[in-house]
Design a protein around this ligand. Structure first.
Ligand code: UD1
Length: 437
């Protein structure tokens, strides 16, 4: 497994361009299964999860062309397979996003129960219950979810999610666009990835209204056609680079981003002593204020509040802030695994259930650390950049899942980071390396 070697202490300076949003591109790729015509997606990030998602589509029978690494032309004209195999699903939870479109268009789908980030149990019961509301029969058979529309086509329904779920909302939206009649989803997720997916679906000919609000109305149509769509910028990569500027004492111009999608993050970072200027609608200028960083409490919540996907990076920042900050994680259990690694680097953090207390500032010292999930890896990269000495991060396949060319991007800004390639010594080793990504 590859590692990152970081020599800390260099302030990051310059301009960085943000890639397309992984969490938007994943459902948009899945949505191409809904149409027999070609759907062209631009600004698809070149990250491991998207390569996996493309492989899944190909496995199902879709034809994919990538005229350049960020453009995918997908034609799902001849889908002959309706099963997402365990080998793919275990590496990426978002494979469950194939369920909605397959069920919606073909009335049948089989997907293994997912794996993905090690951040607690991540059930898909809410997705499945919603499919049942649309008339599907759902069963669990030897680790697979098997779903069928008994009449061949789903039937629109009114439903309310008992908990906000991002991929659940996306899955049901995709299932409902070809259903007979109207579907109303209440307590829908409002994350920017939802209206992005709705935009694509509407360009394909769907009738989705209200995406981005808690109530989404979908009028089923008979079929969908071709479309061309550009994926929105990754708000979590944007936030991660904003923290990188502040924690290294540098100054970054963050280009091709959507400041309007990270309002809560900008507000929190400003409270914590980070200067953020909106140069224009897609560019931010970020630096630590002369007064230094100040502790500020945060609680993760569904959009538009502070995202769980920025919690780990924010915790690293708080190790450098003056005072005590309380960080409460309300979305996922077991999402503080980065804390023990930060403690190894000298951080003063106490964890009680879903509540972390961070005291700062401390001098972080480079150490060998282990990445446990995607965002935890990002927090360790940030810690390594701010630390004195060398940090070796193991298991960086997690970061490869969601951050495009992070080594190149940080290197271009003056950070001292390099990838240490694993020497594959046997077939068994190589299998492990692939299987874990
Ligand atoms: C998505 C994002 C992930 C982000 C998360 C929360 C993608 C590919 N991933 O994950 O990066 O951290 O939103 O913003 O877009 N839950 C259930 N039953 C379900 C579904 C969810 O109990 O059927 C629970 C989860 O365990 C969790 C909460 O609902 O506690 C929110 O999860 P959800 O919004 O579904 O997260 P994902 O869509 O998996």
């Amino acid at each position: 497994m590859d590692k990152f070697l970081i020599k800390g202490g260099n302030p990051l300076r310059g301009r960085v361009s943000i890639s397309g949003a992984k969490n938007s591109a994943l459902p948009c790729l899945a949505a191409t299964l809904l149409s027999p015509a070609t759907v062209t997606l631009h600004n698809v990030p070149y990250v491991r999860d998207l390569i996996t998602q493309r492989r899944l589509l190909e496995d199902l029978g879709a034809q994919t062309l990538t005229p350049d690494v960020h453009t995918h032309k997908i034609t799902a004209a001849h889908i002959e397979n309706f099963e997402a195999p365990y080998e793919l699903v275990k590496t990426m939870r978002a494979s469950v996003l194939a369920l909605g479109p397959l069920l919606g268009r073909f009335g049948k789908a089989k997907v293994s129960l997912p794996g993905g980030c090690a951040i607690g149990t991540r059930p898909i019961d809410l997705h499945l219950r919603a499919f049942e509301e649309l008339g599907a029969e759902v069963s669990l058979e030897s680790g697979d979810v098997v779903a069928r529309a008994p009449r061949g086509r789903l039937v629109g329904a009114e439903m309310e999610f008992e908990k906000v779920t991002v991929t659940g909302t996306e899955n049901v939206m995709m299932a409902a666009v070809l259903a007979e009649g109207t579907t109303v989803i209440r307590n829908a997720a409002c994350e920017p990835e939802i209206p992005d997916l709705a935009d694509l679906l509407n360009k394909m000919g769907a009738k989705v209204q209200g995406a981005g609000t808690p109530t989404i109305t979908i009028e089923g149509v008979e079929g969908l056609g071709e479309a061309e769509h550009t994926i929105i910028a990754d708000r979590i990569e944007t936030g991660t680079f904003a923290v990188a500027a502040a924690i290294t004492g540098g100054e970054l111009e963050i280009a091709n981003c959507r400041p309007d999608h990270i309002g809560a993050v900008i507000e929190k970072l400003r409270e914590a002593g980070v200067e953020i200027e909106e140069l224009d609608e897609t560019t931010l200028k970020v630096r630590r204020s002369d007064g230094g960083l100040k502790a500020s409490n945060v609680t993760t919540e569904p959009y538009p509040l502070f995202p769980t996907d920025m919690q780990a990076q924010y915790m690293t920042l708080m190790t450098q802030a003056e005072g005590t900050s309380e960080i409460i994680e309300t979305i996922f259990e077991n999402r503080f695994m980065h804390a023990s690694e930060l403690i190894r680097m000298g951080a003063d953090i106490e964890i009680h259930g879903n509540h972390a207390t961070v005291k700062g500032p401390v001098k972080l010292k480079g150490a060998p650390v282990l990445a446990s999930d995607l965002r935890a890896s990002a927090s360790l990269v940030l810690a390594g950049l701010a630390a004195e000495g060398e940090t070796m991060i193991d298991r960086v396949y997690h970061i490869d899942r969601g951050y495009e060319t992070i080594v190149r991007k940080i290197g271009a800004l003056g950070g001292d980071i390099q990838r240490i390639k694993e020497q594959i010594t046997s077939v068994a080793d190589s299998g492990e390396a692939v299987g874990s990504t």
